[in-house]
Design a protein around this ligand. Structure first.
Ligand code: R5P
Length: 290
């Protein structure tokens, strides 16, 4: 067994290899002057079970192309089996055609990965489980809720409440609340399909004097989180933690969220970010062995 830590997930890949106590295949990578991607896996992979670790956070297309090339390289090297850990699977928010004339972007990604020769894939907290149906190979969605629970247990929160930023995320909030033995609720959010404008509907939350964890799958521009935090602050919440599986944190998202009143931003190392405070290496290793 060999782990290939892709350029986008180097630390995570090395951590996984250490936990599995297996060798690492170093990857040489560069960008040609015209912008094209170059990858070389610097190890013999013939007859090996190869685990490629590569998240596809922004720049998504660049990281996807690196992933495609690593799968192809492993297949060309006659690897026995290729298992992928792609914590953030890009384009998963485009799980259907919202407007006529649109492509089904998530399906393009899944079909390409499979066509290139991956045998199995693990992802983390995928935005839409529908996307996994585009694979015919085994595809697993891992959830880091236990890890979030353990992280927040250490903070000795005051009468905590887990808040889902929309109704769809309530189940995850409930699961995390069970671990912390506390309550959960959700905020009503809608997004305009044309402008991307978010509307957060004010709902009376029982938050006065309590510590809040607002838990989302992705923080991208920080717009959803900032609105939720402002609303909770207005209603008298105490400390508010902005938590997510995938801290994309585009442009000034961090400033936006902290200015809105967040105590901290907590993400996983699905994304190589300074807010990646929770490692998902053990989560992959435990599930990989199941
Ligand atoms: C959308 O439904 C997701 O669950 C997140 O709430 C969304 O992607 C966050 O995006 P942003 O940070 O740009 O508001």
């Amino acid at each position: 067994m060999i782990v290939v830590p892709g350029p986008a997930s180097q630390k995570l890949g090395v951590e996984i290899a250490k936990l599995l106590n297996v060798e690492i295949a170093p990857v040489t990578f560069k960008t040609f002057p015209d912008g094209e991607v170059y990858i070389r896996i610097d190890k013999e992979l013939k007859n090996e079970l190869v685990i490629i670790v590569q998240s596809t956070y922004p720049p998504q297309d660049y990281h996807l192309m690196q992933l495609y090339q690593m799968i192809d390289a492993a297949r060309n090297s006659e690897a026995e089996k290729i298992i992928l850990f792609v914590p953030y699977l890009a384009y998963s928010r485009q799980d259907k055609k919202f407007l006529s004339g649109e492509p089904l972007s998530s399906r393009i990604v899944c079909e390409t990965i499979e066509h290139l020769g991956a045998d199995e894939i693990f992802v983390l907290d995928i935005h839409s489980e529908i996307v996994l149906k585009f694979f015919t190979i085994p595809a697993h969605n891992l959830m880091a809720l236990e890890l979030f629970g353990s992280y927040f247990k250490e903070l000795n929160l005051i009468n905590p409440l887990i808040v889902a930023p929309d109704e769809g995320a309530l189940e995850k909030a409930k699961e995390t609340a069970k671990i912390l033995n506390c309550g959960s609720t959700y905020i009503c959010k809608t997004r305009d399909r044309h402008t991307g404008e978010i509307t957060v509907t004010l709902k009376e939350l029982d938050v006065a004097g309590r510590d809040l964890i607002i838990l989302d799958d992705i923080i991208s521009t920080g717009g959803t989180m900032a609105k939720a935090i402002e609303m909770a602050k207005r209603q008298g919440a105490n400390r508010i933690y902005a938590a997510c599986s995938h801290p994309l944190l585009i442009q000034s998202a961090k400033v936006r969220i902290l200015q809105a009143g967040a105590e901290d931003i907590i993400g996983t190392n699905s994304v190589d970010s300074e807010c990646a405070k929770i490692s998902i290496a053990s989560l992959f290793v435990e599930n990989f062995h199941k």
